[in-house]
Design a protein around this ligand. Sequence first.
Ligand code: ATP
Ligand code: MG
Length: 345
Amino acid sequence: GQDTQGAIPATLIPGDGIGPEITRAVVAILEALGAPFTWDVQQGGLAGIEAHGDPLPGVTLDSIRRTRLALKGPLTTPVGGGFRSVNVRLREEFGLYANLRPAKSMVPGGRYEDIDLVIVRENIEGLYVAFEHYIPIEGDPHAVAISSGVNTRAGSRRILEYAFDYAVKHGRKKVTVVHKANVLKALTGIFLETAKEVAPRYAGRVEWDDRIVDACAMQLVLDPWRFDVIVTTNLFGDILSDQAAGLIGGLGMAPGANIGADAAIFEAVHGSAPDIAGKGIANPLAMLLAAGLMLEHVGRQPLAARLRVAVDRALNGDGIRTRDLGGSASTMDFAEAVIRRLPEA
Ligand code: ATP
Ligand code: MG
């Protein structure tokens, strides 16, 4: 493909385990597609420790500060090394307040068909600020465990506006605001109250409703087609987005985007899959779909659409699938199948 518009610098972090293999496949497909990215390759995770003594090296952070755009493979934070989670550090460093998790059926034969919903999770506030402590009683230092959550009006407004704007921009019909305001009246009540301020500004463009998180979890299983965009606080979003990934056949096909004021970072949701690393059999689809989200983020919707068409043709027209999807294709077989099926611009 030919791209007539300007190049877009972006940071590429191959990551650990299957990361480098799926990254190679994704980069080859993007190149064939004519995607505009020029990659600044940097290390992170175990590879970051090996190269620079830090799972999130300064040079990698500098690169993202420069490009404000990154595609990353799975990063492993070693336990017991005194290192903080790389993903949490990235979230804090770049104020990545929105976690976007689309769940769209790609192959028939799963438990559900034709699912197409998006979960927008608040990524910084809520119970995951983890202000935690214990209160000792009678010699038991851990007799009582306490955790405080923090939701702010400003933070709630920011994520709600992101979700409604996303719905408008992507032609989505409805936003469902998920909360537990009947019990956590302050912590999640503020989220629902803010939604009642924000939603009317989108009247006539996007419908909205609200749902209590437990009811939402049940309805996601009974009737997932009733949902379009779900927006919710950090902990609920963490749980519901993995549930939604389960509906479409697991984490192997689930992309994610972390969006902030200062940067946007795109990734596969799955981990480094050490059990199959180095065998060339990992499914590159989640990272490829993350690259598709990245194309949409930089305004290249036509390229993202062509990519999705090619993926669908390879998976469903040609039946080329990796083992996790019941096929026998290698990582690169799948990449080549997608490349063969790229539609003309
Ligand atoms: P980590 O510690 O990095 O989070 P993990 O083993 O906890 O790794 P995943 O890496 O997500 O979690 O792997 C869970 C299971 O799913 C593993 O059996 C793995 O092989 C499989 N898996 C994950 N990603 C893929 C993929 N892209 N293609 C094929 N199988 C995958
Ligand atoms: Mg894991």
